[in-house]
Design a protein around this ligand. Structure first.
Ligand code: SF4
Length: 364
């Protein structure tokens, strides 16, 4: 098995991305078979435990408070509600629950304590637990790890250059810092991005440079296709063509051979044949459930029918890494530090986000 390469350049990645499709598919599928069971796909359920009202300005996101979308905000779910949803996900074939909260960053306090309790509860159901809660400090990451967290998701979204055209309220370097904080624990890293936001192919390659040069590389990488939601600054973006998704998945598989590559947002726009080519090209994870936070996703029963047709099996939990232990709150060795970390407040403005702000004002 070849060693993992950590010094990929944009040009090397572009050379792979732009290969004739038959060569690209063959190479990606060959690498996939060396590192993974090609007939097994990990199934995760994404649960929005706190929806909407977010202070950030991510141009693709209907949960940003500043955009006019149909998303209805919800307070943090209770542990009981989350447990019921996790059990439903488990019976539907999911091995992982990913809990998402629309926060800029985690704040110590009652709500975070409640999330820690959710982590303990799901880990005790023998499911992998992932959280995506925004930026975290090292102490917060350690508290999550101690509760039994298996993975932390923090996407880079795009290349560092294009990121600045989509988000102006938080810095790319803070995202890397959060990943670094998670790496100081045993929690695995899930980090990927979105295509179809108007970026160039070079930006896609730039994002893959940023991900693949992390050492270690992320254990999982979601590749999302933008779901253009009315009311967001990116509402008028055309959907990507399937070949872009296939190329992106195949390239990710080749440069990050051990990573679980996840087909994430945008699957409702793909045919089964398109998704099949993505699995052949090295995708080995999907999000299940009829909603991905707030955007539509295929029905679980449709996914299971597709698995049956393709002869795919859902991956068992803790196949890649042992189940973490859960330490109860009363026995915790970490305290809430009440930190006020100085996460970056960039000063650049994004024209289309400013335009969205103007539209909002004029419609009030
Ligand atoms: S992507 Fe996350 S941080 Fe950005 S606006 Fe949406 S919920 Fe907030």
């Amino acid at each position: 098995m070849s060693a993992i390469k950590h010094n990929w350049t944009t040009q090397e990645i572009l050379d792979i991305y732009n290969k004739p499709i038959m060569e690209l598919l063959y190479e990606a599928a060959t690498i996939h078979r060396l590192h993974h069971d090609p007939n097994t796909v990990q199934v995760s359920t994404l649960l929005s435990i706190k929806t909407g009202g977010c202070s950030e300005d991510c141009g693709y996101c209907p949960q940003a408070a500043r955009y006019h979308t149909n998303v209805e905000g919800n307070d943090l779910m209770t542990v009981k509600q989350v447990k019921a949803q996790a059990l439903r996900a488990k019976s539907g074939g999911s091995s992982r629950v990913c809990m998402g909260a629309a926060w800029r960053n985690v704040k110590d306090g009652e709500e975070f304590d409640q999330v820690l309790e959710m982590v303990r509860t799901i880990n005790k159901l023998d499911m992998e637990v992932c959280c995506t809660l925004g930026m975290v400090t090292e102490n917060q990451a350690k508290r999550l790890a101690e509760a039994g967290l298996y993975a932390y998701n923090h996407n880079l979204d795009s290349s560092e250059d294009y990121y600045k055209k989509v988000i102006s309220t938080r810095g790319f370097e803070d995202r890397l810092q959060t990943i670094d904080n998670v790496r100081k624990t045993n929690v695995t890293v899930c980090s990927g991005g979105i295509i179809g936001m108007g970026e160039k192919v070079e930006d896609r390659a730039g994002m893959l440079v940023a991900l693949s040069t992390l050492n270690p590389q992320p254990e999982s990488t979601p590749i999302n296709a933008l779901v253009a939601v009315e009311g967001t600054p990116l509402e008028n973006q055309e959907p990507i063509v399937i070949w872009d998704m296939i190329r992106m998945v195949a390239t990710t598989r080749i440069i990050m051979p051990e990573t679980q590559v996840r087909l994430s947002a945008g699957r409702t726009q793909m045919t089964q044949e398109g998704q099949t080519l993505c699995f052949f090209a090295g995708a080995n994870s999907i999000f299940a459930g009829d909603k991905l936070l707030t955007t539509p996703n295929p029905d679980v029963s449709d996914d299971m029918k597709m698995f049956e047709i393709l002869g795919l099996k859902p991956q068992k939990p803790f196949t890649k890494k042992a189940q973490p232990l859960t330490v109860e709150a009363a026995d915790s060795t970490y305290e809430a530090l009440g930190e006020k970390p100085k996460w970056t407040r960039p000063t650049h403005k994004i024209e289309r986000n400013e335009q969205a702000k103007q539209n909002r004002k004029s419609s009030q």
